[in-house]
Design a binder for this molecule. Structure first.
Ligand SMILES: [Zn+2]
Length: 513
């Protein structure tokens, strides 16, 4: 089975009647060079055929082909210590169980997690996660479609068989784990969620996450949040982390434009160079805040991680820099100002531009405010940047694609190294449909890497003092269903930054003395 960091490069064999199915194609995109398919309608196979592979999946589109599955061979293969993954219908036929396709009309079915193990990593017991497909098979829109989910009904659990996740519609088993000798057979509904695997398609957003946990460590730090917390609840979550972990402390950074306080979670040595991680400066881009909360939890619980040098640096995390925007799902703050166009960096030159406007005013998409740093939130962030030696400032945003944007500075070669580290760490983890490309799928990574324009943005302001960059993650701005992928990506980016820039700063200091 896969090692701790998902470094498993074991081979995967898919026994199928549909080698050209999007499922097989997407699996090959997710795990290049690891996935082989075998058409069970035309080819024979036995235990010797399976033995070179670390994982065997069965994926049958046409139910009558289930007869071609050699269950006794799969049982013997599993018993030797391997993992076999089956779709529910195939598993039901193996044990003569009651298979069910449940149509729910406009209701979005979910699964409820019952067991926390390597398969459900990233999720907690009792978490509820969307899991469904649609009859039309196209856009994930209950308004114009009917939804469905597959289950096995009346499954009896035993010493060797347990249900990992069940349907919230009727309690039917949707993920099952059965011990077989030294290995196991895992059955899951991989047919219902359609293959438009996208952060804004709720039913299929996590389709490959559980499977990826089995095949090779998809989730490392990521964490599912059942729902978007209210601002007060979020602050409570920050406080309880700081109470729980001795290395973390909370600071009140001051009042924002709507009067609510902005808080930071802090770690390390205040007199040392600062890593500042900021989220939700644009209020509707709130998902990264949960990644920063997860980062704080990781730092609190893993202070010994050598990438986090608490004796050498000061780490300040501001998950929500724009409380009004977070609460009201707006881009701007309470005064209608786009905070990331309000910084004291070439402010006079900046023209409101998106979309082109006849007259400009508050609540325009990128209204820059009445004067440089006119806003309370901007003042707070500029004060923090001004009052520390800067190791790096990272500002998290979300859009329909991912990006790493760096201010124009001569000495940013180290940012190229950070980018390389991020791309390496995200490899073979998550798959997603590219926005606006009719189902073209890619691995989650950084789509765009390059210079930032000279707008009055926070990271441009910070670049006067030190290294900084801006990240875009894909975001949906309505629900938390994609937060495992989001939080994982945010934590990976922050840890890569702490590692690469931390080492570089210390190396320069040594060299300079
Ligand atoms: Zn933004």
């Amino acid at each position: 089975m896969g090692d701790r960091l998902g470094g498993s490069r074991g081979l995967i064999l898919v026994l199928t009647d549909s080698e050209q199915d999007w499922f097989c194609r997407n699996l090959k995109i997710l795990y290049p060079d690891r996935v082989h398919t075998l058409d069970i309608t035309t080819r024979e196979y036995d235990l010797e055929t399976l033995r070179p592979y670390d994982y065997v999946l069965t994926f049958i589109r046409d139910g009558k082909n289930v007869e071609k599955i050699r269950y006794n061979v799969l049982d013997r293969y599993a018993a030797e210590g391997h993992s076999v993954v089956m779709c529910l219908y195939e598993y039901a036929r193996r044990k003569s169980l009651r298979f069910n396709k449940e149509y729910t009309g406009k209701l979005r079915p979910m699964i409820e997690i019952l067991v926390e193990n390597d398969v459900t990593k990233g999720f907690k017991r009792s978490d509820r996660v969307y899991w469904y497909g649609n009859v039309g098979g196209g856009v994930d829109d209950p308004e114009s479609d009917q939804l469905l989910q597959r289950q096995i009904l009346d499954l009896e659990e035993s010493e060797t068989v347990r249900v990992l996740a069940r349907s919230t519609v009727n309690g039917g088993a949707v993920f099952i784990e059965e011990k077989v000798g030294d290995g196991r057979i895992i059955a899951m509904d991989l047919i219902s969620p359609n293959e438009a695997v996208s952060w804004d398609f709720k039913g299929s957003a996590n389709k490959y996450v559980f499977l990826g946990n089995i095949l090779g460590g998809t989730v490392r730090y990521g964490k599912y949040y059942q729902r978007k917390l209210s601002y007060d609840e979020f602050v409570e979550a920050m406080k309880s982390l700081c109470e729980k972990y001795v290395h973390l402390w909370l600071e009140d950074e001051g009042a924002s434009s709507d009067g609510s306080k902005i808080y930071s979670i802090n770690a390390g040595d205040r007199s040392k160079p600062l890593f500042l991680f900021v989220g939700c400066l644009h209020g509707w881009e709130w998902e990264n805040s949960y990644g920063l909360l997860t980062l704080a939890e990781y730092i609190g619980s893993h202070p010994e991680d050598e990438r986090i040098k608490l004796k050498e640096f000061f780490i300040k995390i501001i998950p929500i820099a724009n409380p009004y925007g977070y609460k009201n799902n707006t881009r701007q703050n309470a005064n209608g100002v786009d905070l990331n166009r309000n910084f004291d960096f070439k402010w006079e030159e900046y023209k409101v531009q998106h979309p082109p406007q006849d007259v400009v005013q508050p609540w325009d998409y990128d209204w820059k405010g009445e004067s440089p740093a006119s806003e309370a939130e901007t003042k707070i962030l500029q004060r923090i940047i001004d009052s520390h030696e800067i190791a790096c400032v990272v500002d998290f945003h979300s859009a329909s694609s991912t990006a790493f944007a760096k201010p124009k500075r001569p000495d940013d070669a180290v940012l190229n190294l950070v980018y390389g580290e991020i791309v390496r760490n995200l490899k073979d983890r998550y798959i997603r449909a590219l926005w606006g490309t009719e189902g073209k799928h890619v691995q989650l990574s950084i789509d765009h890497f390059g210079p930032l324009s000279d707008a009055p943005e926070m990271v441009n302001y910070a670049s006067k003092k030190g290294l900084s960059f801006l990240i875009e993650t894909v975001g949906n701005r309505d629900e938390t269903h994609g937060t495992v992928m989001h939080t994982d990506m945010v934590v990976e980016i922050c840890l890569a930054t702490l590692k690469v820039i931390g080492e570089e700063v210390l190396r320069r200091k040594k060299g300079g003395c």
